[in-house]
Ligand binder design. Sequence first.
Ligand code: NAD
Ligand code: WQD
Length: 337
Amino acid sequence: MKVLVTGGTGYIGSHTVVELIEAGHEVVILDNLVNSQPVVVDRISQITGTSPTLAVGDIGDPDLVDRVLTEYEPEVVIHFAGLKAVGESVAQPLRYYRNNVSGTITLLERLDAHEIRKLVFSSSATVYGDPQTLPITEDAPLSAVNPYGGTKLQIEQVLRDVAVSDDRWRFAALRYFNPAGAHVSGLMGEDPTDTPNNLLPYITQVAVGRREKVRVFGDDYDTPDGTGVRDYVHVVDLARGHLAAIETMSEHRGFDAWNLGTGVGTSVLELINTFSEVNGVEVPYEIVDRRSGDSASSYTDPAKAHRDLGWKATHDLAAMCRDSWRWQSQNPEGYGG
Ligand code: NAD
Ligand code: WQD
């Protein structure tokens, strides 16, 4: 298939592009490079032997999107493009709603005009808010606890409404739990431009000496060791989830959502200890106050994705830790190094 990947030079997008190319699909990336670098295309080409086309520009630019659709005629879109920093979204809500929600609406309008009506959307476990029941299934109540989460919820609602208006649309919302890990080659991984918000990139930057110690946000949660529990899922497993979604798209009409996670909960201290053990590196840490907005535990029941998409995570926590460390130790300054 010819696949348009918005946000395809980003962390999850780049790993998905590799899996798409390796499965024989043809890829064009649309990315404005607000949070990624063009060198990612060289890394993709080193890994796969094929260089995907990169169109640099914004999903919210209708003329540019038109030109890309006319020139490349994709059959399906995987839509990763979006801003994703929770704290930044609290400080700059209008920028987040404009970029993520308005950008997606422009993209959908142009796709409709070109009669391209299959789209996989990067949603997030954040749409479950502070989960009341564990494990989290797709029918759990939805709520937004910050503007970033608000954009994901609103986009899902837009997709639902559009699907109702015209039954030729097919939408798969994939709600990722906590993406982690890197490509096994060590050539691609997560490269936060600022101080990492997420735990594993913070750990790798401490391990490589860029930061002094990990701050563990609270050890008084109602969890086995008191630290927050999350469902970390390897980015290559996530990437393969997108392949599964496009390959089964003809079987699913309208809008549907699937949780992508392992179903295994891991605490902050377990992650730090596993990282140290499998890589043989010290990770100094200190316990500090809780981070506001964090919930105690979040993990999925991945049964629906297995049943409908034939997808299951295959990488364990040790693989995520090894692969993240290979990426960070081979690229101490990320793609800029
Ligand atoms: P990322 O920032 O690495 O990738 C997003 C890409 O989109 C970047 O390359 C950025 O330059 C591009 N982009 C942003 N706005 C754009 C616009 N208006 N037009 C064109 N390109 C634009 O993030 P990621 O971790 O790869 O996340 C990909 C998607 O998955 C995002 O939608 C994110 O919200 C979602 N998601 C991420 C996580 C996570 O923890 N990483 C979890 C759940 C969901
Ligand atoms: C994981 C655990 C922290 C950093 C976020 C977004 C969510 C989704 C994924 C996009 C928690 C603890 C963290 C640190 C710590 N993104 N922690 N020290 O908060 O589950 O989810 O990323 O959709 O929307 O909210 O992930 O990696 O930030 O935190 O102790 O320096 O690690 O308290 O328990 P989170 P995270």
